[in-house]
Design a protein around this ligand. Structure first.
Ligand code: BTN
Length: 246
């Protein structure tokens, strides 16, 4: 499916702009901003992006087979699609940091903010907002570990063809999944692409503020993360309840 991409010179947030326009737009439509002035991130953070240097865009998804309780499936599909396209563009390996950041090594190259509007058990529409650091070389915000494709490769990339391939990769994954949805297979692939997906690493429990060593035991199809600590005790977390210590 060819994505319908609308470029605008400036938007406060492409997620917010798409939300106001999505009534008239089809599944797969994209709004991309050359300059985003109030980009929104996870946990109420802002999203830094140098004007004209990166991709800041939002894609409208109208899932048919994915229900509200299974909305994490969308998150997995979008994250895996972004990895597919970034690897095709650069030849590098990208990993998904639970739940849906995209990492190169220990650095963050892409953030994803998915905003769903639920209609009973259905997802009426989903707005997948994606920020990919492409040609920006220096980062000014207090984000701990940003990196761009240009930092990683010492090359610069044309934004429009890259956006086209990222959108195609997401839509291709979405179409394949919706034609034959097998959540266990999707989860298995997601697990295999996880950053720090194997071995013991440091995590911080948000409720206690304590750091502890654990390995990822499972990510359930609903997105809950199960960590197993050195004493073999399992801890189950929702998003924001735990974070990886960098
Ligand atoms: C994160 O905190 O990691 C998520 C960042 C998401 C940023 C993108 S940029 C395009 C879209 N519009 C927004 O306001 N946010 C998302």
């Amino acid at each position: 499916m060819k994505p319908e991409i609308i470029w605008v010179d400036e938007a406060a947030s492409t997620n917010s702009l798409l939300a106001t326009r999505c009534g008239n737009l089809p599944h797969g439509a994209v709004i991309a901003a050359r300059r985003q002035t109030a980009g929104r991130g996870q946990r109420g953070n802002s999203w830094e992006s140098e004007p004209g240097a990166n991709l800041t865009f939002s894609m409208l998804l109208r899932p048919t087979a994915i229900t509200a309780v299974a909305q994490f499936e969308l998150s997995m599909i979008v994250a895996l699609g972004v990895c597919d396209a970034l690897t095709a563009a650069s030849g590098l390996d990208f990993r998904v940091k639970w739940p849906n950041d995209i990492y190169a090594g220990d650095k963050k190259i892409c953030g994803i903010l998915i905003e769903n509007s639920l209609e009973g058990r259905r997802i009426g529409r989903s707005i997948a907002g994606i920020g990919i650091n492409v040609n920006q070389r220096q980062f000014l915000s207090d984000a701990p570990n940003p990196v761009s494709l240009a930092n990683l490769t010492d090359c610069s990339f044309q934004l429009e063809p890259l956006l086209d391939s990222v959108c195609r990769a997401i839509l291709e994954r979405m179409e394949t999944y919706e034609a034959a949805p097998v959540p266990e297979l999707l989860s298995k692939e997601y697990r295999s692409r996880l950053w720090r997906g194997t071995g013991f690493h440091l995590w911080k429990d948000a409720a206690t503020g304590e750091d502890f060593e654990a390995e990822i035991a499972d990510v359930a199809v609903n997105g809950l993360l199960t960590l197993c600590d050195r004493q073999n005790k399992q801890h189950v977390y929702a998003f924001k309840e735990v974070s990886a210590v960098l």
